[in-house]
Design a binder for this molecule. Structure first.
Ligand code: KG4
Ligand code: ZN
Length: 344
């Protein structure tokens, strides 16, 4: 990552090494395998990133690393690798919150000005963030249980579709009727911007079982109708909760009100269309970084460090890997398992 003379950031190289294949046989991510894969591949990825960017450690200003939140084995591997590089080169170290990486990406790809509203929707995250500056985030709400991508993946599994579930459900939904089955729109009857997707997934399970009991299996048409119905419910929830978050955000005096979306689920064309229509209605600019920078990548972490460098000191060797690390330190912790920030 480099800042050009005009101040525009430019990605010199971006190396992403996915692990989906390693976990495929287990039906989900195995933490130990994830940690080992990180430890094994990090050196190679750093080397490739330097080669592709055509630079060496001598031409680098700082080293940035994700220090959380996330599966701790992988995060520890990254932090240890970065500390090793810092010990050898003497470069400054910046531990970056993974969510800050996602939340700041729109400024890398689009001409977005602070403050903007960010909807982060992926397999692990779902939250509204007011982004006031590179290290200044206010959480307006988020999921209290599953993230939407997680719900897409689980629904795909329930309906016998392949992983990752999002694209599979979206494709199947093209042939389906969204209104055939009555599915809930969780938490729409309550004020605020919090969301819930776990009950929706259970409603899909119950409907599937009822259909299967009646027909002695799940007919393809019912599978498509369930996908369409589920997707429509997610769209309704996200659009209505975004409308409420925008209403809070628009309360301030803004020169260029903007809604940004990031995360794998933002690839869904129905969700995107719903949010774009909402923004058009509310006279708000809509920005969605290209998918390669929306999903997990190192360039967004380097960019977040570049944004934060002038605003805070570098980290020392005491930098620790954090499984949970809420971006907005002032937001109250939520009760119950899985609700303390790593997912949300
Ligand atoms: O941001 P991401 O690549 O990884 C993290 O979770 O951090 O998001 C992956 C998630 C998966 O759950 C996947 O099913 C979902 O994004 N996804 C989609 C679509 N494409 C990917 N969900 C709905 N519709 C899609 N087209
Ligand atoms: Zn992520």
């Amino acid at each position: 990552m480099r800042r050009d003379v005009g101040g525009q950031a430019r990605v010199l190289s971006s190396v992403v090494h996915g692990q989906t294949q390693l976990h495929a046989a287990f039906g989900g991510v195995v933490p130990e395998i994830a940690a080992r894969a990180h430890a094994e591949m990090l050196d190679h990825c750093v080397e490739q990133a330097l080669i592709q960017a055509n630079c060496t450690f001598l031409s680098i200003d700082a080293i940035a690393v994700t220090a959380g939140p996330g599966l701790i084995g992988g995060v520890v591997s990254g932090v240890m690798c970065a500390k090793g590089l810092v010990a050898a080169t003497g470069l400054p170290l910046y531990g970056i919150n993974h969510l800050a990486g996602h939340a700041l990406t729109p400024r890398l790809t689009d001409d977005v000005v602070y403050p903007y509203l960010m909807l982060l929707v992926s397999g692990g995250h779902c939250q509204f963030l007011m982004v006031d500056g590179p290290n200044n985030f206010t959480r307006l709400g988020g999921t209290i249980d599953d993230a939407p991508g997680e719900a897409f993946d689980k629904v795909a599994r329930l309906l016998g579709l392949p992983q990752p579930g999002g694209p599979a459900v979206e494709t199947a939904a093209l042939q389906g009727k969204a209104d055939r089955f009555a599915l809930p729109r969780p938490l729409l009857d309550r004020p605020g911007c919090d969301m819930s997707f776990s009950g929706l997934k259970t409603a899909v399970l119950r409907t599937r079982d009822a259909v299967a009991a009646e027909h002695g299996g799940l007919p393809e048409a019912a599978q498509a109708d369930l996908c369409a119905g589920f997707q429509a419910a997610v769209v309704d929830v996200l659009v209505e909760k975004t409308r409420r978050a925008l209403a809070i955000y628009l309360d301030a005096d803004l020169s260029e009100p903007t809604l940004c979306v990031a995360g794998g689920v933002a690839a869904n064309s129905q969700i995107r269309a719903g949010l774009e229509a909402l923004c058009a209605n509310m006279a708000v600019k809509f920005s969605a970084p290209p998918l390669a920078l929306c999903t997990d990548n190192a360039a967004m972490i380097a960019f977040a460090a570049m944004e934060q460098m002038g605003a805070r000191p570098a980290d020392g060797f005491e930098l620790s890997a954090r499984p949970r690390w809420p971006l907005d330190g002032t937001s109250p912790g939520m009760l119950g398992s899985g609700k303390k920030g790593a997912k949300a």
